[in-house]
Design a protein around this ligand. Sequence first.
Ligand code: 13P
Length: 249
Amino acid sequence: MPKPVIAGNWKMNGNRALLLDMVAALSRMNNSSKVVMCVPYSLLQTLEESAQNSKIGIGSQNVHQEVSGAYTGEVSVEQLKEFNVQYCIVGHSERRKFFQEDNELISKKVKRLLQSAIHPILCIGETLEEREIGDEQIIVCNQLTEGLKDIAFDDLRRCIVAYEPVWAIGTGKTATPDQANEMHQFIRGQLVGLTNAAIAAEIPILYGGSVKGSNAREMLAKSDIDGALVGGASLQLEDFKSIILSAQN
Ligand code: 13P
C-alpha cells in the first residue's frame, strides 16, 4: 500500500498570514502521512520558505503545458521548480468546467510535469448527471486513460490520482466510503491495465469531495483509499490536522 497522502487544495483562497500559521502548526505534527499543500502561485514563495525545515510537500494547482513563450498570465514547470514545487494538481473539475480543459490538454500537462520530475495529481470524477445515468465508470476510465496516455511505466509510478466526484465538491455531500472505495477499486483495475499489478498498487489514489475531520477516518480506512485531496477543510487548521491524523497507517 502506498504511504497515505493528504493534500490540501486551497483553490483561490488563503493569504500569507494563514499559510504561515498553518505551516508552523503542521510542521510540529508527528504524522506518518505525506502532507502536501497546493497553494495559489502567489503563495508558493512563502510556502517554500516557511516549509523549508519541514516535510510538507510543496504543491501547485496548475501549470502551463508549454516550456515557455508568449502565454500571458501563465506559469511554466521550470518557474514552478524555482520554488521547489514537487506536486501539481492537473485536470481539476473546476479547470475542466471554468477553463474548458479537456483530456488532451490535461495529458500534455501531465507529461510536461513528469519531464521536470514534478508529481502530477491527476483529478478525475463524474458529474451528478453522469452518475444518474450510470456513466460514472465510463467517464472516470476515459479521463484516467486519456490523462495518462503514452506515459512510460517509470513515470506512471510518480503519478497520483485523485477521484473527486464533481457532485461531492464543496457541496457538503460526500460519497459514502463504500461508494468511493468501489470507484477506487475500479480505478486501480484500470491502472493495472495501463501498467501492471505491482505498479498499480504503488500509485496513490486519493479521494476528494467534502472531506472533513469528521468523515476522514472512515473514508481513509477503506482498502483502496490512499489519502485525500481536501478543499475547504484544508483552510481550517483544526479540521486539516484532524484529517492528517486520521491517515496514520
Ligand atoms: P471540498 O473539500 O471543498 O469539497 O473540495 C474538494 C476539492 O475540490 C479538492 O480538490
